[in-house]
Design a protein around this ligand. Structure first.
Ligand SMILES: [Zn+2]
Ligand SMILES: [Zn+2]
Length: 465
């Protein structure tokens, strides 16, 4: 997910009381819907004809229609999930049709893909993908037919209150009521199918609002770009957006799944001092060491002393206060701790097939992450837990810890995706290290079972081009 994403998306009527609209909303224009669509060769021709008008900000005159285009998608409907043949409906003036090439699996949707909770509205799960633009609505300016594009788990419009206020990770196109989640396709019996998070991803076709689309001007492989729609980008962002790591600073990362391991790489790329990873699964600890962790800890070993051991690892080199040192005391206000802490472990939706952590709710790791954050340090919380957590009020209020509830780790996807691609192209970060398998659409359940089992890191659903 999205850092805190998954099936949280407010525009999914399966998780809200909002009744889904069965028809796409009429475009706000004098042109008919059919006239406003462009597709394939005719679309490209129309685009060329209208390039000047586009550059001046006027909507292009579009021709053709995407309605009726057949495609396959993994659909959760009723109590089942299966690959179905669907028929695309018309798109709106600010929507984009993407021929999918990759969609990275996210732990937060394992329950949606593998579970049997009844779905009121048939839904294509997931919340990111990448591919090639096949058609655009007439008012779309950011991407063009033929563009390689990332459909990010988080939009950026640049104009809403949050985008203008420096919190683009909560662009209002993501918020409840931001954009309608109308059916984008029909099943054989005519029933409408929506996309989870207005993106979906486990589908040969993604219909996305323009604000979710990031054009990609790079030759990086599809699979690596797909990782930047969600987990891979979230981990890099955790170390480089809210409070970027400074040279020599100490970083602690809870969880060495795809997000945590991307954070390890981000910390290493920025020359962090100590990079301490807390992870119960042995192969993930070993991978963390490969990718730049300086210390790995099993949270099941001496769980009660874990926090103190991490604080000691992060302590100043001397206790001589007049020489840059730190006191060892503190009670509720311990000075020793990390400059940046990333919480990326989260709850166990399913019992893993590998080593288990000490707390399946994820709350213990969240508590420990807060405790090892130094006064003045930063905590970025990315994972999803279950239940409530309490902190000592005085320490919570006075300790000077900066806490970031890290939806997409604060990314501005239009600004930061290109930076991350550059770091990958330079070799500072390697997304391919996080991808342990690719699978076709027909193996969605097997792919997400391995994610739920935690036997793999990143799994990308791929589509023949
Ligand atoms: Zn996600
Ligand atoms: Zn916005």
């Amino acid at each position: 997910m999205i850092g805190r994403g998954g099936e949280r998306m407010p525009t999914n009527p399966n998780e809200t009381d909002a009744a889904p609209r069965q028809e796409a909303s009429e475009p706000d224009t004098a042109l008919s819907r059919r006239e406003m669509l462009m597709i394939g060769a005719s679309g490209a021709a129309a685009l060329a004809t209208n390039a000047l008008a586009q550059d001046r900000g006027a909507p292009a005159v579009a021709t053709g229609s995407v309605a009726g285009l057949p495609f396959r998608a993994f659909v959760r409907h009723g109590t089942v999930g299966e690959v179905l043949d669907l028929e695309l409906r018309d798109i709106g003036p600010t929507q984009v049709v993407v021929r999918t090439r990759g969609s990275c699996g996210c732990y937060t949707i394992t329950g949606s893909v593998l579970g049997n909770t009844p779905m009121r509205v048939p839904t294509i799960p997931n919340h990111s993908g990448m591919g090639v633009v096949e058609a655009v609505g007439a008012q779309v300016r950011r991407v063009r037919v033929g563009d390689r594009v990332l459909v990010s788990g988080t939009p950026w419009c640049g104009l809403c209150k949050q985008c203008l206020s420096g919190t683009p990770e909560w662009c209002n196109y993501l918020a409840p009521g931001g954009v309608p989640n109308d059916p984008i396709a029909s099943m054989a019996d005519g029933t409408g199918v929506i996309e989870s998070a207005v993106i979906g991803g486990l589908s040969e076709i993604i219909v996305a609002y323009e604000e979710y689309c990031v054009p990609i001007f790079s030759d990086l492989p599809d699979v690596e770009i797909a990782m930047l729609g969600d987990t891979g980008a979230v981990g890099i962002a955790a170390t480089s957006v809210y409070d970027p790591v400074q040279i020599g600073q100490n970083v602690v990362i809870f969880g060495a799944g795809p997000i945590g391991l991307a954070a390890v790489q981000g910390a290493r790329a920025q020359s962090a001092g100590k990079i301490i990873v807390v992870e119960p699964v042995r192969y993930r600890r070993e991978k963390a060491l490969e990718l730049g962790a300086t210390t790995v800890l099993d949270p099941n070993d001496d769980t009660d002393t874990l926090v103190e051991r991490i604080r000691d690892l992060c302590a100043a080199r001397t206790d001589r206060l007049e020489a840059g040192g730190q006191t060892r005391g503190g009670g509720g206000f311990v000075m020793r701790g990390a400059d940046l802490v990333v919480e990326a472990s989260g709850l166990e939706r399913f019992p893993p097939a590998v080593e288990r952590g000490p707390d399946p709710t994820g709350l213990l790791a969240l508590r420990q992450a807060w405790e090892v954050t130094a006064p003045g340090g930063s905590l970025v919380t990315l994972a999803v837990q279950t239940g409530d957590i309490a902190f000592p009020a005085s320490t919570f209020c006075l300790s000077g810890k900066r806490i970031y509830g890290g939806q997409m780790a604060g990314m501005n996807v239009m600004r930061d995706t290109e930076r991350f691609i550059t770091a990958i192209e330079n070799g500072a970060i390697d997304m391919s290290e996080l991808v342990t398998s690719t699978r076709p659409l027909d193996e969605v359940k097997e792919a997400f079972q391995s994610v739920a089992d935690r036997t793999e890191l990143g799994v990308v659903i791929t589509f023949p081009s």
